[in-house]
Design a protein around this ligand. Structure first.
Ligand code: HEC
Length: 506
């Protein structure tokens, strides 16, 4: 959604504004000809082939009211960008690629919600179209223009939009950390949230030279926030705080929408307010007035969540040791799941040298990569597994992340790669975390979820399900227990047994 090249760094002026792109990146992936991809390059036209791609994957940002520097709504607007579009779509899943979505396609789970990325065939068609001189083709082939009446939110038309107070940051001002005025959300009944999305609105977006400072388009670096019910006295009623306070994923520059597991909607208690004492603003070099908008999508009235959320503490802030002038440096961190879990998102969080992160699940003798994604510190992305691909992992699974760091001049996000880098909170120091979330599963829910998964994907004996080491065992049972208290203690044993049974069957 948003982009912020220099915003992350303190050395605004030392950074190149445009992203380096591979020279002569091949339009067609190695070994794949247009024939094998199923199209004739001479036949590709704007209205027939390219316009539908732009509508689906680009126009949300590339239109006058949105975040990208130029609109790609019409032939006249897109034509001058043909070569540039060819380059930017064919870069592979790494910093600079358009759309900004970095999940690698040759490993791990491949289906995610709201995935705007292009298939190999579409990338190849974009290249063939540019190479042929960007022919327009027949207007009659054009799809109807996309309707942005819903405001262009990726979550669809919101049920409610909350506008936060405006802040002003001066062009020469240093970074600012502080509170934002507590702001009523606008809901008068309890609602469970299905999805939410942020947007920064400021007065530099539509200025003529904003393209020159794409890195400086946005000033909100992050906001850590919750919703709480605040009384007339401006204080939270402590007796109700536990039931009415909800924490939400951190907003960050370039971050996309959040959807929660359909069975684990989060509560927005009636008459909630947005509360934050941790907003980080970073000047973009010009006096800027800016505010955030939050779009909410609710579950229907009466919805009750079945599953409990879980976050994972997966990262390492102590042992970050990034040497100067070296690419492909690795960092590792582990955590052990204390309950069965379904992982609903993967969210690599690195800083400037970050280039890539992989998430691996280790259970018994299953060692499996779930997701590898490139990283660009201008676009902090969260990846939401599709409902039928979200990993379902037994208690005791070890999650392992590997961060890949590029501290060389090839990484344009690094201000000066001659410097060693360690860990810390500022943008010029480093973090190494998977901020992904998930839901906890009881033994029963764990078995249910696996059964649902088998149904959803038409599982057949012998099929392997990525991210679900026990899905292949459709005869697992939980030890019978009568007393409720015992049930809790025994739940653990039940799991061990389940695991053991599975191991024996291998
Ligand atoms: C999530 C928002 C978003 C989406 C989706 C998106 N873009 Fe972009 N695009 C941007 C922003 C912001 C920039 C400017 C920053 C940059 O260069 O990375 C940009 C830059 C570009 C540029 C370089 C412009 C220049 O100044 O040289 C091209 C070309 C481009 N986009 C093409 C595309 C195409 C083609 C698609 C779809 C296949 C697409 N973009 C999808 C936001 C987006």
């Amino acid at each position: 959604m948003l982009r912020h090249t220099t915003g992350w760094m303190h050395h605004l002026t030392t950074l190149a504004v445009t992203v380096a792109v591979g020279v002569g990146a091949p339009a067609i992936a190695a070994g794949q000809s247009s024939a094998s991809l199923g199209f004739d390059p001479a036949e590709i036209t704007f209205h027939k082939d390219i316009e539908p791609i732009l509508q689906r994957s680009c126009q949300n940002c590339h239109r006058e009211e949105s975040v990208a520097p130029m609109a790609l709504l019409t032939y006249a607007q897109a034509r001058p960008w043909a070569r540039s579009m060819k380059r930017r779509t064919a870069m592979g899943r790494r910093a600079g690629v358009m759309p900004p979505w970095y999940v690698e396609q040759n490993i791990g789970i491949q289906e995610y919600k709201f995935d705007p990325s292009l298939s190999d065939k579409e990338v190849a068609m974009m290249g063939a179209w540019a190479d042929a001189g960007a022919p327009r083709g027949n207007v009659a082939d054009a799809p109807p223009p996309r309707d942005f009446g819903d405001g262009g939110w990726t979550i669809g038309e919101p049920d409610l939009v909350t506008t936060l107070p405006e802040l002003i940051i001066g062009g020469e001002q240093p970074d600012w950390w502080g509170e934002i005025e507590t702001t009523p959300v606008g809901n008068t009944t309890d609602r469970y949230v299905e999805a939410l999305e942020f947007r920064e609105v400021n007065d530099v977006l539509d200025t003529e030279d904003s393209r020159e400072t794409v890195g400086g388009r946005f000033v909100f670096h992050h906001m850590i926030w919750s919703t709480q019910v605040i009384g007339d006295d401006g204080e939270q009623d402590k007796t109700r705080s536990e039931d009415t306070t909800t924490g939400w994923p951190v907003h960050e520059v370039g971050r996309n929408a959040d959807t929660f597991d359909p069975e684990a909607g989060r509560l927005l208690a009636a008459n909630s307010s947005v509360v934050s004492n941790s907003v980080h603003l970073h000047s973009n070099g010009r006096d800027t007035r800016s505010h955030l908008e939050i779009a909410w999508k609710f579950h229907p009235e009466g919805y009750e969540p079945k599953l409990k959320r879980a976050s994972r503490s997966l990262g390492d802030g102590l042992n970050i040791d990034i040497r100067p002038e070296e690419a492909d440096q690795q960092l590792h961190a582990y955590t052990v799941l204390q309950t069965h879990q379904k992982l609903t998102t993967f969210e690599p969080h690195l800083h400037a040298p970050g280039q890539r992160m992989c998430l691996e699940a280790i259970w018994g003798n299953h060692i499996e990569t779930l997701t590898c994604a490139g990283y660009d510190h201008n676009w902090v992305r969260t990846y939401e597994y599709a409902d039928h691909t979200a990993p379902i992992l037994p208690k005791g699974t070890i999650l392992h992340i590997t961060g890949y760091m590029d501290n060389t001049t090839a990484n344009r996000n690094v201000p000066d790669p001659r410097n060693w880098q360690g860990s810390g909170n500022r943008s010029v120091t480093n973090m190494f975390i998977d901020l992904g979330i998930g839901v906890q599963l009881s033994d029963e829910q764990f078995l249910e979820q696996m059964e649902e998964r088998r149904q959803a994907i038409g599982w057949r004996l012998g099929d392997h399900v990525i991210g679900c080491p026990l899905c292949a065992y459709d005869d697992l049972t939980i030890a019978d227990v009568s007393d409720e208290d015992e049930a809790e203690d025994d739940a653990e044993e039940g799991t061990a047994e389940t695991a053991e049974t599975a191991a024996q069957q291998q």
